[in-house]
Design a protein around this ligand. Structure first.
Ligand SMILES: NC(=O)c1ccc[n+]([C@@H]2O[C@H](COP(=O)([O-])OP(=O)(O)OC[C@H]3O[C@@H](n4cnc5c(N)ncnc54)[C@H](O)[C@@H]3O)[C@@H](O)[C@H]2O)c1
Ligand SMILES: O=C(O)C(=O)C[C@@H](O)[C@H](O)[C@H](O)COP(=O)(O)O
Ligand SMILES: [Zn+2]
Length: 371
């Protein structure tokens, strides 16, 4: 970790190691990450962020042939059709394996751009420049990429680790408050699954003080990225999770996502991912309480911590049966059995396989009552 100034480099070990650089102005480091062999670079950027990306575009175009892949804003970009359009453009540009994809945007952009890079020529390097809090602390790190299908969230994709991640905190200055707050959903999640200090910080800091230039936000970013790194390094391809005893491996990062993704789909992605994760985490804490594995105080702490930063903790928009059906296609499911990440305590994530319908319904009812 570091003082609030200067830059912090967190290393991600593994078969394709890379660094996550955190600080102010670190996007300037981008060209240094591209390698000498890259004659071409493709910049994946949503239309709405083109102006913000101007310095990055200029730097990339100075020494390389730049193809700009302008994609729809937010979740609308995460489609097979958008990816196909990007691949057509890479084909026209004659993009080779020594060339590099750069993403500039929130988690939707890094997910899409990462998958475009994973698919092109079966894998070309990608460097992420996340511009939202959520993408900095979560989406840009760890190599999960993908898009949505009609059946649900992130159902098509690949694991493709980036060659580097530049978290330039200055970029957060223009991020709408609601999107910054949504990013705190994944931050608080990291607190519950692995780092109690994150919860203490969130509980003791005035949420209004969590701004782009605040040392408190920076500490939350660094701690959350470290949680993500520690988990993915231990289980890069999400294969370690079992039911019952033991750590669920990478599935721990999916805490709150089973219900969260179902809500996103039911709302046609009109709810922010981080908001849905907050609701889903409160839901699954209730489920764990009902299942007898989580104490009351820790279960209740969920609504308090997520609510404190301004995140929703309840939801009453879709009937139980719709959400139950959407949860069935979650990647953690095995056959007809739902599997949830639950806590047995703060920092103690486990798998709960095949919870009773009675407990699921009761947790759903509590979620509706909280809305
Ligand atoms: N791959 C992973 O491990 C992973 C992890 C977490 C989330 N995700 C995915 O990330 C997505 C959510 O990411 P998100 O919350 O960043 O949403 P997002 O990418 O939709 O961005 C949210 C909004 O913020 C705007 N924006 C982005 N940066 C800005 C800036 N600096 N200034 C002004 N506006 C800015 C965008 O234009 C967009 O409208 C979801 O699709 C989720 O599934 C992936
Ligand atoms: O990196 C992971 O692993 C995660 O689960 C992080 C999540 O926050 C993220 O939303 C991820 O995209 C969810 O993955 P999915 O496999 O459930 O679609
Ligand atoms: Zn998430």
């Amino acid at each position: 970790m570091s003082a609030p100034t200067g830059e912090t480099t967190l290393h991600v070990a593994g078969p394709t190691p890379y660094d996550v650089v955190i600080g102010h102005g670190v996007a300037d480091r981008l060209t240094g990450l591209l390698g000498d062999g890259a004659a071409r670079v493709a910049l994946v950027v949503p239309e709405t962020l083109r102006e913000l990306a101007a310095p990055v575009r200029e730097a990339l175009a100075a020494d390389r042939r730049l193809t700009e892949l302008v994609v729809p804003d937010g979740e609308a970009a995460k489609t097979v059709a958008t990816a196909a359009t990007c691949w057509d453009a890479l084909g026209e540009a004659g993009f080779t394996r020594s060339d590099v994809v750069v993403t500039f945007g929130g988690g939707a952009t890094t997910d899409l751009g990462g998958w475009v890079a994973a698919g092109w020529l079966r894998g070309v390097p990608v460097v992420h420049v996340p511009t939202t809090l959520l993408a900095m602390v979560d989406a840009a790190v760890g190599g999960k990429t993908g898009v949505n299908t009609a059946a649900g969230k992130n159902l098509v994709g690949a694991f493709h680790e980036p060659a580097g991640v530049l978290c330039d905190l200055s970029l957060l200055a223009t991020l709408p408050r609601a999107d910054l707050v949504a990013g705190l959903g994944e931050v608080v999640k990291c607190g519950f699954i692995a780092d109690p200090r994150i919860l203490e910080l969130v509980e003791s800091t005035d949420p209004a003080a969590l701004t782009a230039d605040s040392p408190e936000l920076r500490e939350l970013v660094e701690r959350s990225v470290q949680v993500k790194i520690d988990v993915v390094v231990g289980d890069l391809r999400e294969t370690a999770g079992t039911a019952g005893e033991g750590h669920p491996g990478r599935e721990a990062l999916n805490y709150g996502h089973t219900m969260g993704h179902a809500i996103e789909r039911a709302e046609r992605y009109g709810v922010r991912h981080g908001e849905a994760v907050a609701i889903g985490s409160v839901f699954v804490a209730e489920l764990a309480r009902r299942a007898g594995v989580l104490d009351d105080m820790t279960a209740d702490r969920h609504a308090t911590a997520f609510g404190r930063v301004g995140l929703p903790t309840g939801y009453a928009g879709a009937p139980y049966d719709d959400l139950r059906a959407a949860m069935a296609v979650d990647k953690k499911s095995r056959g007809d059995q739902l599997r949830f990440v639950v806590l047995h305590g703060v920092g103690d994530p486990r798998v709960l396989a095949g919870p009773s319908e009675e407990h699921l319904r009761a947790a759903y009812d509590a979620m509706v009552a909280r809305a």
